[in-house]
Design a protein around this ligand. Structure first.
Ligand SMILES: [Zn+2]
Length: 271
């Protein structure tokens, strides 16, 4: 599933090709993905210019002159730029045709993606309105985690993965950040000291930054005909490594369940 680093890489891949371009047509080949594709897109979007492309959590926002197109890649979605008129593949469900002879093409084999349109503030759109801060924003730091965690008995890993606390920390990145911060995933959030919260906030940013950096080198050009290559992974210290020796101390990596998600940690390195 595309995680925040893949979405950020997608944004960086497509932004130079869509910013400042005018839409000439919208081709939706299915009526709905996870939700219906707004039927008015075909009439409202042509003639509008894409002023800028942004990311909020895992949503891509194409801010146009008369509203915002909100895209979510769901479980399997990819975006790329193709010459207009390139025959669509089976899973190419949407083309945004641009005046320069290219199309932004949305492929989504599992159809869990989203294509939405709003003329209001996209950040106030129901799906986006209650999202927590971005991990790279000034708001998200150790002090913030500490203040928020003080009253929570939930495991710190569950807090990290809660979109209302911070966005974009999926299971891989939560496991890896906790390892780097040397904190056991099942510790109650309220038991963490301020120093630990600072280590953890820094570790979250570090793993995401590493993954984004990896994406920049792993993903091929967004303007080639094939879909962007598979989703990338940072060097994994614990995720998926149950019973294998910890890279730091050699102790077998432990696997457990936490909030119904697989969880890995080193019982010697993480306290
Ligand atoms: Zn270890």
């Amino acid at each position: 599933m595309p995680e925040l680093p893949e979405v950020e890489t997608t944004l960086r891949g497509i932004a130079p090709h869509v910013t400042g371009r005018t839409v000439t047509a919208v081709v939706a080949r299915v009526p709905k993905l996870r939700l219906p594709i707004p039927s008015e897109l075909g009439t409202t979007l042509p003639g509008q210019t894409i002023d800028r492309a942004e990311r909020r959590a895992k949503y891509l926002l194409l801010r146009c002159s008369g509203g915002t197109l909100i895209l979510h890649l769901g479980m399997s979605g990819t975006l790329r730029i193709v010459p207009a008129g390139t025959p669509p593949g089976k899973h190419d469900h949407l083309d945004i045709v641009l005046a320069n002879g290219t199309s932004l093409r949305f492929r989504d084999p599992r159809k869990f993606g989203l294509v939405l349109w709003t003329t209001g503030d996209p950040l106030a759109y129901p799906l986006l309105a209650n999202l927590g801060p971005e991990p790279f924003s000034d708001v998200f730091d150790g002090g913030y985690l500490h203040r928020l965690g003080r009253t929570r008995r939930a495991a710190i890993k569950l807090l990290l993965m809660d979109n209302r606390v911070v966005v974009g920390v999926g299971n891989i990145y939560a496991n890896e950040a906790l390892f780097r911060a040397r904190i056991r995933p099942d510790r109650p959030a309220c038991a963490l000291g301020e120093d630990e919260c600072h280590r953890l906030a820094a570790a979250v940013r570090e793993v995401l930054r590493d993954a984004i950096a990896m994406g920049g080198t792993t993903l091929r050009d967004f303007t080639v005909a094939e879909e962007p290559s598979g989703y990338f992974r940072i060097h994994l210290a614990v995720y998926g490594r149950g019973d294998e020796p910890c890279h730091a101390c050699g102790e077998p990596v432990q696997q457990s369940r936490l909030g119904n998600r697989s969880t890995w940690f080193c019982s010697r390195c993480q306290q």
